[in-house]
Design a protein. Structure first.
Lengths: 111, 114
């Protein structure tokens, strides 16, 4: 049984600060790792993907992957109120395999 | 940029009826995935197709079936609908065949079963 664990929150962060979101996964065969943002009633929107150990930066977002610890994280710098959403961590074995999602972390950016 | 298209966006059905959801992937994408998201839940993978062949299977009930057509669009057929089938149904697409496939989600179909 593949499992992805996230702290459900809510995680409250002041505007302009760094938001740190964490995720652990159980399947050591997982190949690809994703962070999606989802607003209530809307579809998941891809924020970041990472395949190799280490850090990957894209604008205000940094994803970190540690396969030995089976740990993925997402840092959001200079947090904005528009970043308030549920952040879903997802993993897959690759190819056309389905994504296994965590239950999501509800992030609130306080103005 | 063109995105994944799903139709209909909203659907209301009675118990025991059937429903068909349609998904049109991003142009040139050859892999389609279906997910179900209940209220307050994370998306659950149902089934995927790569080059018109079933590729991976998740928690899809036997009452549901799906296929991918020659133009790569996909349809999810749901029969003997139950109240518990009320959910958001998302389709995602990717440019397949790689271990690094990135899935892009459509806007979803909200199914309500009365």
């Amino acid at each position: 049984q593949k499992e992805v664990e996230q702290n459900s929150g809510p995680l409250s962060v002041p505007e302009g600060a760094i938001a740190s979101l964490n995720c652990t996964y159980s399947d050591r065969g997982s190949q690809s790792f994703f962070w999606y943002r989802q607003y209530s009633g809307k579809s998941p929107e891809l924020i970041m993907f990472i395949y190799s150990n280490g850090d990957k930066e894209d604008g205000r977002f940094t994803a970190q992957l540690n396969k030995a610890s089976q740990y993925v994280s997402l840092l959001i710098r200079d947090s904005q109120p528009s970043d308030s959403a549920t952040y879903l961590c997802a993993v897959t074995g690759g190819g056309a395999d389905g994504l296994t999602f965590g239950k999501g972390t509800h992030l609130i950016i306080q103005p | 940029a063109a995105g994944v298209i799903q139709s209909p966006r909203h659907l209301i059905k009675e118990k025991r009826e059937t429903a068909t959801l349609k998904c049109y992937p991003i142009p040139r994408h050859d892999t389609v995935y279906w997910y179900q998201q209940g209220p307050g839940q994370d998306p659950q993978f149902l089934i995927s197709f790569y080059e018109k062949m079933q590729s991976d299977k998740g928690s899809i009930p036997d009452r549901f079936s799906a296929q991918q057509f020659s133009d790569y669009h996909s349809e999810l057929n749901m029969s003997s609908l139950e109240l518990g089938d009320s959910a958001l149904y998302f389709c995602a697409s990717s440019l397949g065949g790689l271990s690094t496939d990135t899935q892009y989600f459509g806007p979803g179909t909200r199914l309500t079963v009365l």
